[in-house]
Design a protein around this ligand. Structure first.
Ligand SMILES: O=C(O)CCC(=O)C(=O)O
Length: 283
């Protein structure tokens, strides 16, 4: 077992849980070196989303394991698919994609309140992320914050894209990919500043040390604020698909994997080993 019974219960009740020391320091150092190399030479999906006249740098990149052998090795070496299996109660766990998030000191850009589900082309209840801290961080230093229990609200909110808080649909589409404007218009519910309603919403934040993992449901509301700490904040998220994950493409969802990349039909349970590799199996 990688998780305690209490951690599994917390994950299912709150939609998020801290798993301290989930990855050892040698592996953290390997991942951080790979992130440094990536920041110097991003993939076709990578970018610094901080505007030229703003301080710091919010660097994002994703879907690295198919093209970067170091990231391919992390998928199995860190054993985080087993954590996702325990958390979601799945016999089999597949990888959807990996994603890098770096905020240099002074970065003002937020990734404001959002759920991951509306960005993605999958559906189900056994889908989660393992966000590995490569540096220490507290909330002022851009640690993740969550609205406790929001994964169970049964509501999908209009997605907010990194560093694009409140962007209108056309503006979002001009910066990102085709279809986003229609995608955004499809959601009636718009996020509010949950922290302004402490009697209604409980916000939990996880200060982290290198090697800690924050495990969270893809439906839970979460954010990262700017980095006002004196040091860099770096993390990698792996996105895991458990037993009930189904293929659910929609116009404007993240184009890293589209209908052209899979033999699955919408609604099919995910079984396509070429596009969604099976990383953990209990059998
Ligand atoms: O680390 C960040 O800045 C954002 C991470 C996030 O939203 C995620 O992993 O889903």
């Amino acid at each position: 077992m990688r998780l305690t019974t209490g951690q599994v219960e917390t994950f299912r009740r709150d939609g998020c849980v801290l798993v301290p020391d989930a990855v050892d320091r040698d592996d953290v150092a390997r991942v951080l070196e790979a992130v440094d190399r990536l920041q110097a030479s991003p993939s076709k999906h990578g970018a610094n989303v901080t505007k030229a006249d703003k301080p710091g740098e919010y660097f994002l990149d994703r879907y690295l394991y198919p093209t970067h052998p170091d990231f391919e090795a992390f998928v199995t070496d860190l054993n985080l698919a087993a954590v996702a299996a325990e958390a979601t109660g799945s016999d089999n766990v597949r990888l959807y994609f990996d994603q890098v998030f770096v905020k240099e000191p002074g970065t003002e850009e937020q990734f404001s309140w959002h759920q991951d589900r509306p960005f993605w082309a999958v559906d189900g209840e056994q889908i989660c992320s393992t966000w590995l801290a490569l540096t220490s961080a507290d909330a002022a230093g851009s640690a993740l914050e969550f609205v406790r229990g929001s994964h169970l609200w049964g509501v999908d909110y209009r997605p907010e894209y990194p560093a694009m808080k409140g962007a209108d649909p056309e503006e979002a589409e001009s910066h990102l990919w085709d279809g986003i404007a229609d995608h955004l218009r499809a959601y009636d519910q718009v996020v509010v500043d949950f922290e302004d309603f402490p009697d209604t919403y409980e916000i939990v934040s996880f200060p982290v040390e290198p090697g800690d993992v924050v495990l969270f449901d893809y439906r839970v509301m979460h954010r990262s604020r700017g980095n006002s700490a004196a040091h860099r904040r770096a993390a990698v998220s792996w996105r895991w698909l458990g037993d009930d994950a189904a293929w659910a493409p929609t116009v404007g969802s993240d184009p890293i994997i589209t209908q052209a990349d899979t033999s699955l039909s919408p609604g099919d349970l995910i079984t396509d080993n070429d596009t969604f590799p099976l990383i953990f199996s209990a059998r």
